[in-house]
Design a binder for this molecule. Structure first.
Ligand SMILES: Nc1ncnc2c1ncn2[C@@H]1O[C@H](COP(=O)(O)OP(=O)(O)OP(=O)(O)O)[C@@H](O)[C@H]1O
Ligand SMILES: [Mg+2]
Length: 306
């Protein structure tokens, strides 16, 4: 039985169809990431699964329960960090954890939880004085007080510096090794690549791509390309002297590698050209490239024009 099952989920706010018939399931122990531009419908989806918003249509099951009608039972078994997590100004992280423990009727060891999210140093500082990263880490700690089976993290690393972000990644990795299910939204695509077993890209309330990052990159991305910086007219030379597929702008030539042999042909031709060149890289579309293709301005105007 999957931890989360969603079938044909819909939610509208008046005229706006914020979630438009999406389906997916998340296995137990899986880290699943919802990606998408601002307003795509991620928070709406997550909050329906948390039992905080009522769905408009379709079916949703979390730990075999309907989140809206069984919210009370479900909340004991899930952990949540809402988008833009905030708390009261005066409690310290230690006090906040004890307080949450009382609310959930759980015996908690605040020091153990603070250690887990790497917040021991700020255990006794008022919430209002914590840095952005420390606040987010407290959010993580509070979401874990009730030893949840499923953890919903809505943009847990937004606004954090790279070090603090990596500290949150460590916590998320640990959640996975403990067998917990994690549903994560993020605008940092490398974060999804790093942490998620599978991702779903949402746009205008619909899922436009879903799978492992490798699956998405190979399905929607272009193949390997060799990119060479050149001071002379390498582009012209390659066009005139080879059958390679080439394009270029501003001193950078891109050679599409249709197969491995193209790489050798390209290198040989670059050498023979006598043109001054440097900075050679081979790359394929990253998740970010694919994301921009699917939901970026280009993709959007194509879709809207269609
Ligand atoms: N309570 C509400 N009433 C009216 N419209 C809403 C409400 N909540 C969300 N919306 C709208 O629904 C759409 C989806 O919002 P949602 O917060 O789910 O997006 P998101 O993908 O989480 O975006 P972000 O990346 O900015 O957090 C947006 O256009 C938003 O303005
Ligand atoms: Mg959101």
């Amino acid at each position: 039985m999957p931890a989360i099952e969603v079938e044909g989920l819909k939610k509208n706010y008046g005229e706006l169809q914020a979630v438009d018939g999406i389906s997916f399931s998340v296995e137990k122990g899986e880290v699943f990431s919802l990606l998408g531009p601002n307003g795509a419908g991620k928070t709406t989806t997550i909050e329906i699964l948390e039992g905080l918003r009522q769905k408009g249509g379709g079916t949703t099951t979390v730990l075999d329960m309907d989140p809206w009608s069984k919210g009370y039972d479900l909340h004991k078994r899930i952990g949540v960090i809402p988008q833009g997590f905030k708390f009261l100004d005066y409690p310290t992280p230690r006090e906040a954890i004890v307080y949450y423990g009382v609310l959930f009727g759980k015996k908690v060891d605040p020091d153990e939880l603070l250690r887990r999210v790497i917040l021991e140093d700020a255990a006794n500082i008022w919430f209002q004085h914590l840095s952005g990263g420390q606040k987010q880490k407290l959010g993580m700690a509070l979401s874990l007080v009730n030893d949840p089976e499923v953890v919903f993290l809505d943009e847990p690393t937004t606004g954090l510096d790279p070090q603090a972000r990596r500290a949150v990644w460590e916590v998320i990795r640990k959640l996975k090794t403990e067998g917990r299910t994690v549903m994560l939204t993020t605008h940092y695509l490398e974060e999804a690549e790093e942490l998620a077993d599978r991702v779903a890209i949402m746009d205008h309330g619909k899922i436009v791509a879903m799978g492992t990052t490798e699956e998405i990159e190979s399905k929607y991305g272009s193949g390997q390309r060799m990119i060479v910086k050149s001071k002379g007219d390498l582009l012209k030379y390659l066009k005139e002297n080879t059958k390679l597929e080439v394009e270029g702008e501003g001193g950078s030539v891109t050679i599409i590698l249709r197969d491995k042999a193209d790489a050798f042909v390209a290198l040989g031709a670059i050498q023979e050209s006598g043109v001054d060149w440097g900075d050679l890289t081979i790359r394929r579309d990253s998740l970010e490239d694919v994301f921009l293709k699917l939901v970026g301005e280009e993709g959007r105007s194509e879709k809207e024009g269609a």
